[in-house]
Design a protein around this ligand. Structure first.
Ligand code: PHE
Length: 346
């Protein structure tokens, strides 16, 4: 008898019920007057007293698990349309659980919508890129030390050792999409390119080997640094609030000259100083600059006629600030308890 009860216990724990009919079959089989549980209790009554204690305890556990199984299914299945209506194809499926957008997608959507409002289109490129598009046409000469700034994952290398314009790699930045756009399109060009990028970095709370960027590119006649500043000021105030201040620090990228890095006043303390901005009052948000003439020429754009600006920003950092998430790894773990907290119109 004990064995029989154990077998039934494991059967029930693994049992799954698809619809209300199956649940009814389950009820009749186990819980009705002539069901398995009643039968077992009948048998139990005739057992010698010495065995009753152990068997009685097990039997009650079995009975309880049958009831729990039944109850757990009853609630969820009773919400489903009953069987005749299942044949009605016009009925909406119900109940259906809606997924949520990933926080990175929400922030990407916000950034895109801000730039779309001022006339930027969206363009995308592949994650597997040529060294040519990722580096060479962006004015990184084959031996350029700036290649070391970005720890590249190579997929195939033509020659061992130094990189070569024919090598294939995982793009290290979305600037590779600039090159693709410039080769297809004639100025005026006004586009942003969101996407995933890859760098061989140790994974920690603040860095990951896979992350997201949004690239911006604007090329036309007479585009100046003032246009760059005004565009980014508009972006910063839309994104981080109308009181946001910006500042530029000189920087270096091979594909822009002059180059800068833009900070925004800390979104947490408003510039007074807190532990998020490390008491500086500023947060680093993007790299930018005027497109280097050599980059325009490498894609057959006349650099005597056209000028342009470009910028590139990560998505993870603003997402961390927005949602006050202090460990980047959470964005990649797909833990539903984390993801279900994000609901948004985007
Ligand atoms: N591609 C640069 C980076 O990943 C950012 C950048 C883009 C800088 C465009 C200037 C212009 O760091």
């Amino acid at each position: 008898m004990l064995e029989k009860i154990d077998r039934l216990l494991s059967l029930i724990s693994e049992l799954s019920v698809k619809d209300i009919q199956e649940l009814e079959t389950f009820r009749i089989r186990y819980m009705s007057k002539k069901g398995i549980i009643s039968e077992l209790f009948e048998e139990f009554r005739q057992m010698p007293a010495s065995e009753k204690k152990e068997i009685g305890r097990k039997l009650n556990i079995l009975k309880q698990s049958v009831i729990e199984k039944y109850d757990s299914y009853k609630d969820s299945l009773s919400l489903l349309p009953s069987s005749p209506r299942l044949n009605d194809p016009s009925r909406p499926s119900f109940p259906c659980s809606l997924g949520t957008r990933h926080p990175i997608s929400i922030v990407r959507g916000e950034i895109i919508s801000i730039f779309e409002r001022i006339g930027f289109s969206v363009s995308e490129g592949p994650e597997i890129e040529s060294d040519d598009n990722n580096f060479t046409r962006l004015n990184f000469a084959p031996e350029h030390p700036a290649r070391d700034m970005q720890d590249t994952f190579y997929i195939s290398r033509i020659s061992a050792g130094d990189s070569n314009p024919g090598d294939i790699l995982l793009r290290t930045h979305t600037s590779s999409v600039q090159v693709r756009v410039m080769q297809k399109q004639k100025p005026p060009i006004r586009t942003i390119s969101p996407g995933r990028v890859f760098r061989n970095e140790a994974i920690s709370a603040r860095a990951h080997c896979i992350f997201h960027q949004v690239e911006g590119l604007y090329i036309d006649e007479n585009v100046s640094f003032a246009d760059l500043k005004q565009t980014l000021l508009f972006f910063a105030r839309e994104m981080y609030g109308e009181k946001t201040e910006i500042r530029f620090r000189p920087s270096y990228f091979p594909f822009t000259e002059p180059s800068g890095e833009m900070d925004v006043s800390c979104t947490i303390c408003g510039g007074k100083g807190c532990n998020v901005c490390k008491y500086t009052g500023w947060l680093e948000v993007l790299g930018c600059g005027m497109v280097h003439p050599a980059v325009l020429e490498a894609s057959n754009i006349d650099s005597t006629k056209y000028t342009g600006f470009a910028f590139g920003m990560g998505i993870e950092r603003p997402a961390m600030l927005k949602y006050q998430v202090n460990d980047l790894r959470m964005y990649y773990e797909n833990d539903l308890r984390f993801l279900e907290q994000f609901r948004s119109a985007f």
